[in-house]
Each structure stands twice: as structure tokens, then as C-alpha cells.
Design a protein around this ligand. Structure first.
Ligand SMILES: [Zn+2]
Length: 137
């Protein structure tokens, strides 16, 4: 996908790629990075720097509209977490690429709203795999 974007821009060379990958996308960042480095060999993107940013999964509460990050088992307990942007429903552009594989790690996350305790199941963030930017020569 990065290469197609570069071709559209008539780039001679890609210097840097930035991607954003959700923790629940089913993508292992190290594996993706390695795969990209392999794929770009012999292309205008060969030798490009590849930056991959992890995205913490988040929900918007259906009951109170609170936007909150999901906690993975390794994160801190629910108490004391602030509501990032209350009432921010729908303000974040959503671009998703569904993973075909099952995502067992989803089950280990807490989906409970830190504000009102409602358990929500609709992620608005955390499953994406987006190309954020491309620096070309
Ligand atoms: Zn809530």
C-alpha cells in the first residue's frame, strides 16, 4: 500500500514510512516491520525508515459517552483512570482493516467503562492498520 501511494506521487524514492497499528489489529509490530523491510527490497522504498506507532485500543461508552482506553492485563487497575475526552463520540476518524485471523488478545482486555461501569464492545480504535505518512524524495 505504501508503494502504491508513492507511485501516485511519482516519488523516486521513499525515505520514510509511518504506520499506525492497533494493539487489537492482530498484527505483531515486529513481524510487520520485518515483513515491510523485506517487501521493499528492490523497490523505491528500499532502505526507507519504517516507524510503526502502536495504538491503544479504546471504546466510547454507549451509556455515558465517555471515551476510554481499554486496559490490557499488564496495565494498571481500573481505578484512577481519567476519562480522556468525555463526549467525544464520533470525533475520531475511523479507518479499519479487519484482521482475518482471530484475535484472542481481545478477551484479555477490560471493556468496562471507568466512569459508569457499562461494558462496551464497540471499539473505535485499536484494530486499525494505517499508513500515516510517507516521506519521499
Ligand atoms: Zn460509561
Amino acid at each position: 500500500m505504501a508503494l502504491e501511494a508513492a507511485q501516485r506521487q511519482n516519488a523516486r524514492r521513499i525515505l520514510r514510512m509511518r504506520l499506525r497499528v492497533g494493539d487489537l489489529s492482530g498484527v505483531v509490530i515486529e513481524a510487520l516491520q520485518f515483513a515491510l523491510e523485506t517487501v521493499v527490497e528492490g523497490t523505491p522504498a528500499e532502505g526507507a525508515r519504517i516507524d510503526i506507532e502502536r495504538v491503544t485500543p479504546a471504546c466510547i461508552c454507549s451509556a455515558c459517552g465517555c471515551e476510554y482506553d481499554l486496559l490490557s492485563p499488564s496495565d494498571a487497575p481500573l481505578e484512577g483512570r481519567a476519562c480522556a475526552r468525555p463526549g467525544a463520540r464520533g470525533s475520531v476518524p475511523l479507518q479499519q482493516e479487519e484482521s482475518a485471523a482471530g484475535i484472542p488478545s481481545m478477551l484479555s482486555y477490560s471493556y468496562e467503562c471507568p466512569k459508569c461501569g457499562t461494558v462496551n464492545s464497540d471499539l473505535f480504535r485499536g484494530k486499525e492498520m494505517d499508513l500515516v505518512s510517507l516521506e519521499v524524495d
